[in-house]
Design a protein around this ligand. Structure first.
Ligand code: GLN
Length: 611
């Protein structure tokens, strides 16, 4: 771009231009409103759950919503993060590896999100530095304000343009007072000024402490931390108080007075048994009405639609509460002490259980503790088993013992990604008699590499390419178990995050011994779903994908639905009639990314080994 072109594209007010624009093409001020959620006092308050629940109630009213999470860390994406410390890596259809909160947004809103819905400081700074190297700032010193904050404002407005949302929901990661997110807070402060009072709503999520020794709720920490927000130039419109029990009037009164927020806009958001109860809790408290009033968007509300949406959602809640039959699913993993690393699996089981009238209990089994001599005892009372995704050596022997046991004893099995690869290795060793069958992930010189690097991967190896990431189509084999579970659909779309796959050289032998590859990539010999026929096993299903990422409350993943139904049978209960076709969610996913990929090979350059 020439200097003149840059100048003409700069829409900032001053003559003394800083050579940047916070306004993307096509942006119309006032067309989109913004709700920004901050966390105060501490992290882990459930900002994503809150923000997505609020977005959901507005969506139910007929408003078009789009969420975005602004992460403070310098990683470009979440691909290199250890799930043990940060929770699972959630993969979007376009291949973006992001924070688990994006999963909450997708499930609450029944929307497929894209990379526009997720930003990290790493991305923001990289963009600014790239522009600097290209000379686009024309001799100016590049500064946090306006260049970096300008980039943040650009991102938010870019999402507004691309999504054509009525309301963009911004979640700022971390806690007010952190160094990492201070420039995000400054950016939204500036943006609220630029957009005008009617177009911005600031919500402070805070925490009201209840020390056991006092048995009383204390609001001091919340008061002090809310002042930090004021110090950053932001006056919240709404305060939502997280607490174990409903927040008492007295604590709310104090917060109202000290934080300068009317009492009727200080709400309690206490713990409840499922996150899907929160939209109704927020509606009952009147937060939705407060937001409509602040943003002046009442005219956009379609009451009929809202009533229908709430009825459907409450139907789900009613079924969840009334689910009658307990079943126990064993999850044979590595990070069994940190539930967040399996967040989507837990959710997918809840959705499938709710639809099947089953109350799913999860039993976490550390695979590194399983051996040939204890596996039967350890799994005897379990109705089904999941071996989830993973990388590296730890616990692999235990997973193979577990799979051999469930295959031989007819316990329902769902293998996810590494869990599918392990199923192939177990089958090759114990059924085909290939004693040294294995994966080149663990042994490069393995005698029978039944799991090997992807052919595409081999081509780009050494060029920094990495994993097969994101959504891909899967062609299903007619009359197979998965074909039936998908209501007879011939194609489905699943999300992937893997580097290795079934070695095509062994497929014929595996099939001859009974293994069925019932889901394949349309144009490549990539085995994406496998199963055992009913004559060999009542329910043995595995996939190279991560079906837990695309399960939705009103439209559960067929893989999990199948597993839960097989678990019910194993516990002696006949499952309810199978839904004729997948339940129709109230809102069809509308935002499948325009850039929805035809395949991604890329992702973070780190080598994910036994994190
Ligand atoms: N480690 C295996 C691979 O890279 C499986 C990955 C996973 O389970 N997500 O292919």
């Amino acid at each position: 771009m020439s200097a003149d072109e840059i100048l003409s594209s700069v829409s900032h007010v001053s003559d003394e231009t800083e050579f940047y624009t916070p306004l993307p093409a096509g942006y119309a001020k006032g067309r989109t409103k913004y709700v920004v959620t901050f966390g105060t006092v501490m992290s882990g308050l459930g900002k994503g759950i809150f923000s997505s629940s609020l977005a959901k109630i507005l969506q139910d009213k007929g408003l078009k919503v789009a969420p975005i999470k602004l992460e403070g860390y310098l990683n470009r994406d979440s691909g290199t993060l250890n799930p043990f410390r940060h929770g699972e890596v959630f993969v979007l259809d376009d291949g973006m590896e992001c924070d688990m909160d994006l999963g909450t947004y997708e499930r609450m809103l029944d929307q497929d999100l894209t990379r526009l819905n997720f930003s990290t400081s790493g991305q923001i700074f990289a963009t600014v530095i790239e522009k600097e190297r290209k000379g686009l700032y024309l001799g100016r010193d590049v500064q946090m304000i306006p260049h970096v904050t300008g980039e943040v404002k650009y991102r938010l407005r870019e999402l507004a343009v691309a999504s054509r949302a009525d309301v963009v929901f911004v979640e700022i990661g971390g806690t007010v007072g952190d160094v990492e997110n201070a420039y995000y807070i400054e950016a939204v402060r500036e943006m609220a000024y630029e957009e005008g009072a009617e177009n911005f709503c600031f919500v402070a999520l805070t925490y009201v402490i209840e020390p056991q020794s006092l048995g009383e709720q204390k609001s001091k920490a919340a008061q002090i931390n809310l002042k930090l927000l004021n110090a950053a130039g932001i006056q919240p419109h709404i305060i939502a108080c997280r607490a174990h029990r409903p927040v008492a009037q007295k604590a709310r009164e104090k917060l109202a007075l000290y934080a300068n927020v009317p009492m009727n806009r200080v709400f309690s958001m206490h713990d409840c048994e499922s996150i899907y109860l929160i939209p109704e809790m927020l509606h009952g408290a009147g937060i939705d009405q407060a937001v409509l009033d602040i943003l002046h968007v009442q005219p956009l509300v379609d009451e009929q639609r809202e009533e229908q949406a709430r009825r459907t959602w409450n139907g789900y809640i009613g079924k969840f509460r009334g689910a009658a039959h307990p079943i126990t699913v064993g999850i044979i993993g590595k990070y069994t002490t940190v539930r967040d690393s399996y967040a989507s699996i837990i959710q997918a089981l809840e959705h499938a259980g709710t639809q099947s009238n089953a109350r799913v209990q999860m039993e976490w089994v550390d695979s590194s503790e399983l051996t040939a001599s204890n596996v039967a005892d350890r799994l005897m009372h379990i109705h089904s088993v999941i071996v989830p995704g993973g990388f590296g050596f730890r616990g692999v022997d235990g997973k193979l013992e577990c799979i051999e046991y469930v295959r031989m004893s007819g316990v329902p099995y769902l293998g996810i990604c590494y869990g599918m690869q392990m199923a192939v290795i177990e089958f090759a060793r114990n059924v085909l008699g290939l004693k040294y069958a294995g994966t080149t992930e663990l042994d490069r010189d393995c005698a029978d590499p039944v799991i090997d690097l992807l052919p595409e991967q081999k081509r780009i190896e050494g060029l920094g390419g990495n994993m097969r990431l994101g959504g891909f189509d899967v062609v299903l084999k007619p009359e197979s178990l998965i074909h039936r579970l998908c209501g007879g659909q011939d194609h489905i779309r699943l999300r992937f995050r893997h580097r290795y796959e079934v070695n095509p050289a062994y497929i014929e032998r595996l099939e001859a011994a009974g293994m069925i590859f019932s889901g394949k990539a349309p144009h490549h010999p990539i085995m994406q779903v496998l199963e055992l026929p009913e004559r060999l096993h009542p329910f043995f299903l595995a996939t190279q994908a991560h079906p837990e990422l695309t399960g939705r409350p009103l439209n559960p993943s067929p893989f999990f639905l199948g597993l839960v139904r097989a678990s019910l049978k194993r516990s002696g209960i006949e499952p309810p009639p199978f839904p004729a076709k997948p339940a129709e969610p109230l809102l069809r996913s509308e935002s499948r990314s325009a850039s929805a990929n035809a395949g991604n090979l890329g992702g973070s350059p780190a080598n994910l080994v036994d994190a």
